[in-house]
Design a protein around this ligand. Structure first.
Ligand code: BES
Ligand code: MN
Ligand code: ZN
Length: 490
């Protein structure tokens, strides 16, 4: 999608659809001007109750008199004093998704001058690009259409241009992640994921190292290899490095670790057939991490960032690990595999240890780790676990700015008791209750003593239903938060 800033009176903009914001409680500039240009259409809709100004309410006028554009789309923007970039992102997305099937190749959104800022410009562009995404790569007929061009009608300034650029990079990288998550497991094996990562790294000038099973054996990554051994597909550990040209004097290296299980059958502790097809999204954490570093390569944060992705397929088979097997992790700790379906924490344990060895000082992992986080937080919030309050405080602030809902969960040694094993240093499951917390406690054993944050995205990485501003399927959650965290490092 082509993105522009149109520094033009909005009534002269020749788009297929011009979008204006209508607030619930206050008259916005562009709505008022559109009302005037259309001889009172906006106010008429408001008084008839057709358009309330409620967030994401829409009303469409064809061939509006007084405007050069072919259509006028009024979108509810909610209460003016509650309006933030998160609302604008949704509005732009909803407008694009509403207009997409209506043969509207170019859409122009009028930004009221009191909303002109880099952050608002970025959010509008993000919303449009994210809204335009469809997980239809494998459909012969693309039924939903697409928008070719999105413009912001606003005064052109270097600030606006920077916001637009940021928004485009962020959303294209989030869509890169969503594209990966959409891919079925036959077309995205660990090897193919590693290839895609390598291609991306080359495209953006990032250093990329891929460890195969031989190097894993040499190093002693018994947990990662144990999960991988049931599959004919070899595992990979993807390491991508971003190094700033003028690094800040701080000795910091942010490690982003993403769970990359390209398919999770559960292994010998096999999952029920119903809904198992969805387990192709068990690599959403890896996609988020790869999407983030793709964006960071272009936005150039002041600190080095390393993406570390352990990727495997969790399969049953004659070579598969069995419940009761004991593996030795890279850290030297032994683990009794009490349930082969708790594979994410196993592969992440070796990846977290490896991240520390290659110099990461701060660790954040993203993983579709537990069904239990869905019980705790539903499909709304990412679960945030951390060993360091000031670090997680930064990440939660980033999440808030980027409009990604995340909520703190407890980290407490009392839960560690749950991971006891009779025959090894620890077991890989913690029993029925508090499953998301015991999973996090397992990871913490391997992240310590580095400041660490774990994001359980099992409930938020996949949308069961479309939203007005996002297609059904992969959400691309955590990409924007990661980028914000690195860009605003202090
Ligand atoms: N990938 C799953 C977690 C998951 C569940 C993600 C639902 C998305 C939706 C993970 O590997 C898993 O199987 N976890 C088990 C852990 C249990 C065996 C302790 C779970 O949550 O049931
Ligand atoms: Mn599993
Ligand atoms: Zn899994």
């Amino acid at each position: 999608m082509e993105i522009n800033v149109l520094n033009q009176p909005f009534d002269q903009v020749a788009s297929s659809a011009l979008v204006v914001l209508v607030f619930e409680d206050a008259e916005g500039q562009s709505a008022a001007a559109a009302d005037k240009a259309t001889n009172g259409w906006v106010r008429e809709l408001a008084s008839s109750g057709e358009l309330t100004g409620k967030l994401l309410d829409v009303a469409l006028l064809a061939r509006p008199a007084g405007l050069t554009s072919q259509r006028l789309l009024a979108v509810g923007a909610g209460k003016k004093d509650k309006f933030t970039s998160a609302e604008l992102r949704k509005i732009a997305g909803a407008a694009v998704r509403f207009l997409k099937p209506k043969k509207c190749p170019d859409v122009a959104l009028v930004l009221d001058s009191d909303l002109e800022s880099a952050a608002m410009a970025s959010a509008a562009v993000e919303g449009a690009i994210l809204g335009n995404f469809e997980p239809d790569r494998h459909k012969s007929e693309k039924k939903n259409g697409a928008i070719d061009r999105f413009s912001l009608v606003a005064s052109a300034s270097p600030e606006m241009a920077a916001g637009v650029r940021r928004g485009r990079i962020l959303a294209e990288s989030q869509n890169f992640a969503r594209e990966l998550v959409t891919e079925p497991a036959n077309l995205l094996t660990p090897t193919l994921l590693a290839n895609r990562a390598k291609e991306m790294a080359a495209e953006f000038g990032l250093d990329c190292d891929i460890l195969g099973p031989d190097r894993m054996k040499q190093l002693g990554m018994g947990a990662l290899l144990g999960v991988a051994q049931g599959s004919a597909e070899p595992p990979a550990l993807i390491v991508i490095r971003y190094q700033p040209e003028n690094p800040s004097p701080q000795a910091v290296n942010l490690g982003l670790v993403g769970k990359g299980v390209t398919f999770d059958t559960g292994g010998i502790s096999i999952k029920p057939a119903d809904g198992m097809e969805k387990m192709k999204y068990d690599m959403a954490g890896s996609a988020a991490v790869l999407g983030a570093i793709r964006a960071l390569a272009q936005l150039q944060p002041p600190i080095p960032v390393t993406a570390i992705v352990p990727t495997v397929e969790n399969m049953p088979g004659s070579r598969a690990q069995r419940p009761g097997d004991i593996v030795t992790t890279l850290s030297g700790k032994t683990v009794e595999v009490l349930n082969t379906d708790a594979e994410g924490r196993l592969i992440l344990s070796d990846a977290l240890e490896y991240a520390k060895r290659i110099g990461c000082t701060h660790l954040v992992d993203a993983a579709t780790l537990t069904g239990a986080i869905v019980v705790a937080l539903g499909y709304i919030n990412v679960g945030v676990f951390s060993s360091d309050q000031s670090f997680s405080g930064k990440l939660l602030a980033s999440a808030k700015t980027e409009g990604e809902k995340m909520w703190p969960m407890p980290v407490d040694d009392e839960y560690k008791e749950l991971l006891k094993s009779s025959f090894a240093d620890m077991g890989n499951i913690g029993g029925r209750w508090g499953g998301a917390v015991s999973a996090a406690m397992f990871l913490k054993e391997f992240a310590d003593p580095a400041p660490w944050i774990h994001l359980d995205i099992a409930g938020t990485a996949w949308l069961e239903e479309a939203k007005p501003f996002l297609a059904k399927g992969p959400s691309g959650v955590a990409v924007r938060t990661f980028v914000n965290l690195a860009m605003n490092w202090r």
